[in-house]
Design a protein around this ligand. Structure first.
Ligand code: PAF
Length: 286
């Protein structure tokens, strides 16, 4: 493990560009985050550090991807513990700009990714993926990484970024990493810390519903409607309000009626006032 002085904390775009200039002869990795880092992020950073000589972790709570201002306000901001965390997991540089640094004037240019961003979260969080795609492209322009790492927990976000990179010929390899779970199956998320003990005790039902659907698929069920109905029954408990539970094509994120191609079963549900998402991959040959 390196000593605590090794990690560099950079707040401005100009300083980051200057710092990265001499490192460009070797590959650079970017792990984009909004901070409040947990083991899921740790896995991305460690993977990046194993594969790349220079790892930049960006920590920026991006206002343009929050459709609810109170959600933006209460998003946890924990830069000092995040810095130690990045250090422990092998990152070299933290880029933590202010909102003014990233958006010195109201932007007039946005990245709109089409159909892949319209269902699932796109339907319930208008403008969210426009904000995500725009800030990720800005981060790619600022850092100019060779690779960027994204978790599969945010499967639609990953599909949106993959599509953006393809459509706009962005020379960045997108590296996905599997969802990291607590021992009871709950997908790790910065939002889990908002759950009360009672809410935390029912939150693993999201993963149980997904697992239940997977085992029904193992037994030969292919109908999305039937899988959806059964999975929803698992979630019919007081304290959980399902926003969506859908079976979609894994690449296009469009709803499907029958599982024939690689698919994902995706859930968003409110547990109290906290919105949680989760999903599982269903390979076509299942
Ligand atoms: O997944 C996140 O933390 C954010 O959506 C991202 C990719 C860092 C963009 O702000």
């Amino acid at each position: 493990m390196r000593s605590p002085v090794d990690i560099e904390l950079i707040h401005t775009i100009a300083q980051l560009r200057e710092r990265l200039h001499p490192s460009r002869s070797a590959p650079i990795a970017l792990v984009p985050t909004m901070g409040a880092l947990h083991t899921g992020h740790g896995t991305l950073i460690t993977k990046a550090a194993t594969e790349t000589a220079c790892v930049v972790v960006s920590i920026f709570v991006n206002p343009t991807q929050f459709n609810d201002p109170s959600d933006y306000q209460r998003y946890p901001r924990t830069l000092s513990t995040d810095s130690e965390f990045c250090q422990r997991h092998g990152a070299h540089i933290i880029f933590a700009p202010s909102a003014e640094e990233m958006y010195p004037e109201p932007p007039q240019t946005f990245v709109e990714v089409g159909a892949v961003s319209e269902h699932l979260c796109g339907k319930f969080r208008p403008g969210h993926f426009r904000g995500v795609a725009t800030v990720v492209l800005k981060l790619f322009q600022i850092v100019q990484p060779d690779r960027a790492y994204f978790g599969e927990k945010d499967a639609q976000q990953l599909a949106v970024i993959q599509r953006m990179v393809r459509d706009l010929n962005v020379p960045v390899e997108i590296v996905p990493a599997p969802t990291v779970r607590e021992s009871d199956g709950l997908a790790m998320s910065s939002r889990n810390q908002h759950l009360t003990p009672e809410q935390r005790s029912i939150a693993p039902l999201l993963y149980q519903a997904l697992q239940h659907a997977l085992s029904t698929i193992e037994k030969g069920e292919r109908s999305a409607a039937s899988l959806q109905q059964q999975a929803l029954a698992t979630l019919a408990v007081p304290g959980i309000r399902v926003e969506y539970l859908e079976i979609v094509d894994a690449a296009s994120m469009q709803p499907i009626e029958t599982i024939q191609t690689d698919a994902r079963i995706a859930i968003a549900a409110w547990v109290g006032s906290t919105r949680l998402i989760d999903n599982v991959f269903v390979p076509a040959c299942h």
